[in-house]
Design a protein around this ligand. Structure first.
Ligand SMILES: [Fe+2]
Length: 317
């Protein structure tokens, strides 16, 4: 039986070496000023860009069939940070058809940037829509100046091997320094229609979302506000796997699908975290073989400066 391998890289928090040179002063007013200060003080220490280069090398060596990036590509939603992410993706030596990208809360940091559709404009090649209801409704066309929450094109679906990748956007500008997320009623309706879509029948439906769709950490200022509504959708129409980021650590939970069938909900750690072995820079590879799904974690080993397999768990029998 052939094995299909999906890699998930999340929360890399790319920094531009020119973070402050290219950004004008007014870009840092308000929330972004706080975020930028946070970058300077904390993230330079916590997140190392060199680890991402070692990770790219591991991906070139391991050659998984598909790569999904589940958000927080940036720190403060600067185009320069996203351009670093694009440069890195290109360095993994894959075509846009082999990479899928969704945003995280740090990629929806500034309302004006979200309204401009900059993220979608830069990563559009990694977000091609193949199945499901039309993405853009009510005149919310990317790149137009009309205010948008940036969610109208989600979910989108890409069919790859045995998989249907269902990509959700749980990130809206929060306006209160929070890191919470919200899918919103209209997107929830589209998710339900998409997961039940005839073209997905027989496919292994893998939901990609930045925020955990279950409560794993306290503090509602950082959680997905409408996770109960998403759980209800999944209860009605099902999915075979949900993968997320946001918490910067390995996580494992489950939700209930139709007939009480368990849907594994797996969180991957940050791809650039420079701390101790438990949370050190890592990514997941999901191996699909018939109905069986195995989670393989590959983490950075400081001594060898290489990524290596640190866990292998069957998450669906
Ligand atoms: Fe996040």
């Amino acid at each position: 039986m052939t094995t299909y391998r999906l890699a998930q890289v999340t929360d890399p928090h790319f920094r531009s070496p020119h973070l402050f040179e290219g950004a004008r002063l007014h870009d840092f007013v308000g929330k972004r000023a706080v975020g930028a200060l946070n970058v300077v003080v904390n993230r330079r220490r916590k997140h190392k860009m060199a680890l991402l280069e070692a990770l790219a090398e591991d991906l070139r060596r391991e050659r998984p069939d598909h790569l999904a990036l589940t958000g927080d590509l940036s720190n403060v939603s600067l185009e320069a940070e996203w351009r670093e992410a694009l440069r890195w993706i290109e360095g993994t030596e894959r075509t846009p058809a082999d990479v899928t990208v969704i945003p995280g809360n740090h990629d929806a940091y500034v309302p004006e940037v979200v309204a401009r559709g900059t993220f979608q404009a830069l990563f559009g090649a990694y977000q091609s829509r193949e199945v499901g209801p039309p993405s853009i409704t009510g005149g919310e066309v990317m790149g137009q100046s009309s205010p948008t929450d940036g969610q109208s094109m989600y979910p989108f679906v890409r069919l790859r091997g045995p998989l249907a990748l269902v990509a959700i956007n749980s990130c809206v500008p929060t306006g209160d320094l929070g890191a919470w997320g919200r899918i919103g009623g209209p997107q929830l309706e589209r998710i339900e229609a998409t997961l039940g879509h005839a073209e997905l029948r027989g496919k292994v439906r893998v939901v990609l979302i930045h925020h955990p769709p279950v409560q794993l950490k306290g503090g509602e200022e950082r959680n997905l506000k409408d996770r109960a509504a998403l759980a209800a959708v999944l209860q009605r129409v099902g999915a075979e796997l949900v993968v997320h980021g946001h918490d910067h650590r390995d996580e494992s939970a489950s939700l209930s699908g139709p007939g009480g069938v368990a849907i594994p909900v797996i969180g991957a750690g940050s791809a650039s975290y420079a701390g101790g072995p438990e949370k050190r820079a890592r990514y997941n590879v999901y191996e699909f073989e018939g109905t069986r799904v195995t989670r393989v974690t590959r983490a950075h080993d400081e001594a060898s400066d290489r990524f290596r397999e640190t866990a292998r768990v069957v998450i669906r029998g």
